[in-house]
Design a protein around this ligand. Structure first.
Ligand code: GAR
Length: 213
């Protein structure tokens, strides 16, 4: 399958960033754009399912459109339907989950096929799910890292766009390891967005490869 242009007929690829927490990955993406390192990419809207998310404050400070759709107490289908309406209203081309701690409904995934990215703080397929860095540390791995992947209907499962790896040091604890993985996440997410936004890729089976012709 060929990647293709995400922003047919428009200047920029418009991102919809979904987050639930502090938003450091979102902030890193925003900084890459402001620094001119992600040309042809704009953040159209930031959406949180948690009203107190720190990422919303970052969006406010950066002057970026932001919305809250509290998910607590709502069905996944009803909540996701509201988020989808918002993404469409902002003409989003590519959805970026940046610490969005909520599974997406099948309807949501189907609405953006291979147009939803997620960052996960482990080298998938190892350690999917919550607290991945602690899972990896407790398992005793010697190499850890992060993965940016397309989202499909399974947890932390879709096509891998890129991974960055670091050694686990004897002096590490789970906290220091998570901090060093986060540094890699901030580099990885912008690079993955650049590759996807370029449209210059193919998906061969499960493999994301640069288009050659
Ligand atoms: C990041 O470490 C991200 O990889 C992780 O949540 C953190 C969010 O931090 N996501 C997951 O574990 C998803 N399975 P941030 O709010 O500072 O970007």
């Amino acid at each position: 399958m060929s990647g293709g242009k995400l922003n047919a007929g428009r200047d920029a690829v418009r991102l919809g960033v979904l987050l639930s927490g502090r938003g450091s990955n979102f902030q890193a993406i925003a900084e890459s754009i402001r620094a001119g390192q992600l040309k042809g990419v704009d953040i159209a809207v930031v959406i949180s399912n948690v009203a107190e998310a720190g990422g919303l404050k970052v969006a406010r400070e950066l002057g970026l459109p932001h919305e809250v759709f509290v998910s607590k107490g709502r069905t996944r289908a009803a909540h996701d339907a509201d988020v989808l309406v918002c993404l469409r209203a902002h003409r989003v081309d590519l959805v970026c989950l940046a610490g969005y701690m909520r599974l997406l409904s099948p309807e949501f995934v189907a609405a953006f096929p291979n147009r939803i990215l997620n960052i996960h703080p482990a080298l998938l397929p190892a350690f999917p799910g919550l607290d991945a860095q602690t899972q990896a540390f407790d398992y005793g791995v010697k190499v850890a890292g992060c993965t940016v992947h397309f989202v499909d209907e399974h947890l932390d499962h879709g096509t891998i766009v890129l991974q960055r790896a670091i050694p686990v040091l004897d002096s590490d604890d789970a906290h220091s390891l998570a901090e060093r993985i986060l540094v890699e996440e901030h580099i990885a997410y912008s690079e993955a967005i650049r590759r996807v936004a370029s449209g210059e890729y193919e998906i061969q089976g499960r493999r994301f490869v640069k288009r050659t012709a």
